[in-house]
Design a protein around this ligand. Structure first.
Ligand code: GN1
Ligand code: MG
Length: 386
């Protein structure tokens, strides 16, 4: 770890009553937004305890206090629900408070404030960047279904919108059109084939947002970033332990969470894969995730939501393609990019478009299974014999 980072971590730690000396720092590079460090503290008795120290990306989250208030309230609510259900298998992210009882702190670096927060490290757990088998897909679906279930009675008005219009796919598309016209980086010509596919699907981008505004489907407390690596799995039992990355918990639709969960858990390749022949939606992984998700949520969702679940997978995949492409057009200012890959965001967009094409091809099978799986779980909870 660089001398500078080590110095910063030590300065951050001064704001907390965390016992021991900082013995080891490791950067975790999986996120596209925040910077994450795993910090090992050596305590007086020789024990070692690990923590997650995260620098909040204020370009993406300009109001850290809003974001942290959401996390504090949501984790407190979930912990209460778990205790009530006497569920000790599952965990909730544990946020550390500063000496003056704040949920985050800041340090000043080169004249700018940098905001940090600390979580307890979840031990004896693993996470995956891709669902390697059906069990992982099932557990991931179950984990995010359980997350929504635990938060179904959370007072939604108390939640801040940390990123307004985060999943307003239609507005994301409109922004891309505008940025292509401005073309500040002179990249518009290069992205014509990708834009063409995005354009052809334009009419679908308002389907979920309209259903929300007309009241056809309800606003719920949702996670909004249901990637497979945001679920921690117990190393010994292979059960899901906890859902992490709560930055985007906001009022939203369960459809974006479900769709994004499938986009991430049922894909056969990483988001960074450039060999597009490897990028598919695996129907078995899709079924396993859907089964896990509906085993938790079938009883709590409406038939209007169920009827949009299949389409939500395609919409959210195209939305991410739009976001990557827009960032490429604007000069790569939002998502972290690999400095050795000048077209990183364009390649990510191509990857998502390849996935969207495959999703489209498989849509009849997707729709059929969702209905079947919903009827099964709904029937089970109503105790109807199958
Ligand atoms: C970002 O940083 P990470 O990996 O948790 C992004 C998500 C995208 C994802 C794509 C706040 O999440 O919306 O789906 O990258 N988070 C934000 O990998 O924009
Ligand atoms: Mg995230």
């Amino acid at each position: 770890m660089s001398h500078e980072t080590t110095k910063k971590i030590k300065e951050i730690l001064k704001n907390y009553e965390i016992p021991g000396e900082c013995a080891f720092i490791l950067e975790n590079h999986t996120g596209n937004i925040n910077s994450t460090y795993v910090v090992t503290m050596k305590e007086e008795d020789g024990n070692e305890r690990r923590y997650i120290i995260q620098k909040i990306n204020t370009n993406v989250f300009p109001k850290p206090s809003f974001l942290m208030r959401n996390i504090e309230n949501v984790t407190a609510h979930m912990a209460k629900e778990l205790k009530f259900a006497k569920d000790c298998k599952h965990q909730v992210l544990h946020l550390r408070k500063t000496k003056d009882e704040r949920t985050y702190c800041y340090i000043v670096s080169a004249g700018d404030r940098e905001y940090y927060r600390i979580f307890d490290y979840i031990e004896n757990a693993k996470s995956y960047n891709i669902a390697e088998n059906l069990d992982i897909a099932f557990k991931t679906g179950q984990a995010f279904g359980n997350f929504q279930k635990l938060l179904r009675n959370f007072p939604i008005d108390e939640l801040e919108e940390t990123i307004p219009d985060f999943h307003a796919t239609d507005k994301r598309y409109a922004q891309l059109e505008k940025d292509i016209i401005i073309d500040s980086e002179r990249r518009a010509l290069e992205i014509a084939p990708e834009f063409m596919m995005i354009f052809q699907n334009k009419n679908s981008y308002s389907h979920i947002t309209n259903a929300l505004t007309t009241g056809l489907i309800p606003l719920r407390v949702t996670h909004n970033d249901t990637k497979v690596n945001n679920v921690m799995i117990d190393k010994d039992t292979d059960e899901f332990l906890a859902v992490i990355d709560l930055d985007t918990v906001m009022p939203g639709s369960m459809l974006f969470d479900y769709g994004d969960g499938i986009r991430s858990s049922a894909a056969t390749a990483f988001e960074n894969e450039t060999d597009l022949s490897k990028v598919h939606l695996d129907l078995d992984l899709f079924k396993a995730y859907t089964d896990g998700y509906l085993s938790e949520m079938a009883n709590w969702i409406t038939s209007s939501e169920v009827s949009l679940m299949g389409e939500s997978i395609k919409i959210i995949t195209l939305e991410l393609a739009i976001r990557f492409l827009d960032d490429y057009v604007c000069g790569d200012t939002y998502f972290k990019v690999d400095p050795n890959r000048p077209k990183h965001n364009l390649e990510r967009a191509q990857n998502q478009l390849a996935l969207a094409k495959d999703i489209e091809k498989k849509m009849p099978k997707i729709e059929e299974f969702i209905q079947e799986c919903y009827n099964y779980h709904k029937g089970k909870s109503l105790n109807i014999k199958k």
